[in-house]
Design a protein around this ligand. Structure first.
Ligand code: SF4
Length: 276
């Protein structure tokens, strides 16, 4: 039986808890590499996942709240036109062997500063290869995406190694008009939810990143829409955006904890929200 509780991330290594948006985390990106593509996060980044890899440079989902362009010192228009990192799979494979030889047991997040199922991945298919490489080396992979059905083609890989896999989606909006303005080229929320449901049905561990929170009402409603097939929730807030003033964070924190407890779900409240 699932025990309802707020999990301390350090006590629960896997399934990994992750989100794609954090300035702090992105800043630690290049600086903290322990290998060439897979890198170890530090500080607040560990609230998401201790290891991560970004296969693409940039992301064509073009979310307006995305911190990654400034954090990776790219103009937003360049960031929205992603490219493949040089020799990325070759380097990932070398990294994976290194980590395997070290006996690494932590999961590797795909991804922080890009989306593993951005549109570019439809043709490049790097994420599929990355999953295969990580699995072949006995490493755990944690997917976090707004790609919706684009991600489903790799569910066969994830479901074939359920102990080495988890699948997460970032959910922000129930209002599709708003979603299409703020996350213009990401999958519709409904589609992301459908992918979560399919992953769950295939026995893949699922999680939702409720970060950023645009309005309290929408994030609360997203829990109502997904609790039956989502194993874990990670809740943050919105930062560095004018919209954050429109949310009563103290009240939201109370309401989201109450709702998640009511549904008997495991969850993690990020420190920046937990401080309220
Ligand atoms: S999906 Fe892409 S554009 Fe949107 S927040 Fe994530 S990395 Fe940034």
């Amino acid at each position: 039986m699932t025990t309802t509780r707020q999990i301390n991330i350090s006590e629960s290594e896997f399934p990994a808890r992750a989100s794609s948006s954090s300035n702090h985390f992105i800043r630690s990106w290049e600086a903290n590499n322990v290998t060439s593509i897979i890198y170890e996060t530090r500080g607040r980044a560990k609230e998401y996942c201790e290891l991560a890899a970004n296969l693409y440079r940039g992301c064509d989902h073009c979310c307006t709240y995305c911190y990654a362009p400034s954090a990776t010192f790219q103009k937003r228009e360049n960031f929205c036109n992603p490219s493949v990192r040089n020799d990325v799979l070759k380097k990932l494979e070398l990294d994976a062997v290194t980590l395997k030889n070290r006996g690494e047991s932590r999961s590797i997040l795909l991804s922080f500063t890009t989306d593993p199922y951005c549109h570019l991945d439809v043709t490049e298919k790097l994420t599929r290869e990355a999953i295969r490489i990580l699995h072949e080396n006995g490493l755990k992979v944690s997917i976090l995406t707004k790609g919706g059905s684009r991600s489903e083609r790799d569910f066969d890989l994830l479901s074939s190694k359920p102990l080495l896999s988890e699948y997460g989606a970032t959910l922000v909006f129930t209002d599709e008009n708003l979603r299409s303005k703020i996350e213009p080229f990401a999958a519709r929320t409904e589609e992301r939810i459908e992918s979560l449901k399919k992953a769950h049905e295939l026995g893949i561990s699922t999680y939702v990143s409720l970060e950023p929170v645009w309005t309290a009402e929408q994030s609360l409603e997203l829990v109502d829409m997904t609790y039956e097939f989502v194993d874990f929730y990670k809740v943050g807030k919105l930062n560095y955006n004018r919209q954050q003033k429109n949310v009563d964070w103290k009240q939201f924190k109370r309401d989201i904890i109450s709702k998640l407890n009511c549904y008997n779900k495991n969850f993690y409240i990020k420190k920046d929200l937990n401080n309220f």
